[in-house]
Ligand binder design. Structure first.
Ligand code: NAG
Ligand code: NAG
Ligand code: NAG
Length: 292
């Protein structure tokens, strides 16, 4: 699918032209892997996904991301590949269901891409990055909230949700433009079995797969970097796939738990598994003592 639209002008990342007013996002790396990857989802309000952010390059939506603490956004490495040294070009918007509109652009003062990330690898791994926001975000509103990170891989078969403004259908091979959705969309998909996933990923570490065996529902171009969330905890980052929503080609996600140390080293986020009882027990104890 992807290979059909590959030619020498299509590079991995955004081609910025006409004074940075237009960002074209190309779909493939050299191996025909579709990197900027919801097909089959439904429109949802930001209030249901308040941790979802949009990564902008020269104002244009290129990828999703998630707010992991008051200063940091988690996204995919391939989303911000050219931005480590071009911090003026990148910004983050949050708290809005739509992409278009007068949104506050949060400026960025640091981009850290995982040192093991290689966009041209046959099986892309370590596709993870942290974007540091210049100003602290007041993340306790109805539309902007922090998401907790999992310290465990998701169980096979578990239903999780992916959200984003990405392409809502497999991109037309003859077109070089990806049409993104103006309204946030989300979809529930199951975590793939690890055997089936290993056929797609060649047993790479730090990734897992999700999607329906029969295809039809998936994340797609423009969703990259966005969160895969199970029960209000983020487990994955949208990374890549061969096309979108194709049968037997589940989407590949960066496993957040595998990178817990790295994330901790570059942010203030502390991966936890679900609401840990450590938080709940002291609260209960306080109440008990009050009652006593
Ligand atoms: C898959 O991984 C194995 C071992 O990890 C490696 O030997 C093999 O070359 C890889 N296959 C491809 C097609 O890259
Ligand atoms: C995190 O930081 C510690 C201390 O600097 C370092 O020893 C460790 O290797 C780092 N881990 C990762 C995964 O970056
Ligand atoms: C989901 O989270 C809630 C509280 O955060 C917890 O009580 C429940 O057991 C979790 N469900 C699963 C399937 O993990």
């Amino acid at each position: 699918m992807c290979k059909l639209i590959m030619h020498r002008f299509i590079v991995l990342y955004s081609v910025v032209y006409i004074l940075g007013q237009n960002v074209r996002v190309a779909e493939c790396n050299e191996n025909g892997k579709s990197l900027l990857k919801i097909v089959g989802g439904v429109e949802v309000p930001i209030e249901k996904f308040p941790y979802q952010v949009s990564i902008r390059i020269y104002g244009q939506h290129v990828c999703g991301g998630s707010l992991i603490d008051h200063h940091h956004v988690l996204t995919a490495g391939h989303c911000v590949m050219k931005q480590e040294n071009e911090l003026h070009s990148i910004g983050v918007t949050m708290g809005h269901t739509t992409i278009k509109g007068q949104h506050i652009l949060h400026r960025v003062n640091k981009v850290v891409i995982h040192p093991g990330f290689d966009p041209d690898a046959k099986y892309v791994t370590n596709d993870i990055a942290i974007v540091r926001l210049k100003a602290k975000v007041p993340a306790n509103t109805r539309t902007v909230k922090i998401i907790g990170l999992s310290s465990k891989r998701p169980e096979e078969g578990r239903m999780c949700t992916v959200s984003g403004w990405g392409a809502i259908k497999q991109p037309d091979p003859t077109s070089t433009r990806t049409e993104i959705s103006n309204t946030l969309r989300a979809i529930a998909i199951p975590i793939s079995d690890y055997y089936q996933c290993s056929r797609v990923t060649n047993r790479s570490l730090g990734v897992f797969c999700a999607g329906y065996i029969n295809g039809g529902k998936d994340s797609c171009q423009g969703d990259s970097g966005g969160p895969l969330v199970c029960n209000d905890t983020q487990y994955g980052v949208v990374s890549w796939g061969d096309g979108c929503a194709l049968p037997l080609h589940p989407g590949v996600y960066t496993d957040v738990s595998y990178f817990a140390d790295w994330i901790r080293n570059h942010s203030f986020a502390l991966p936890t598994h679900q609401a840990s009882s450590a938080v709940i027990i002291p609260v209960l104890l306080v109440h008990l003592f009050r009652i006593v």
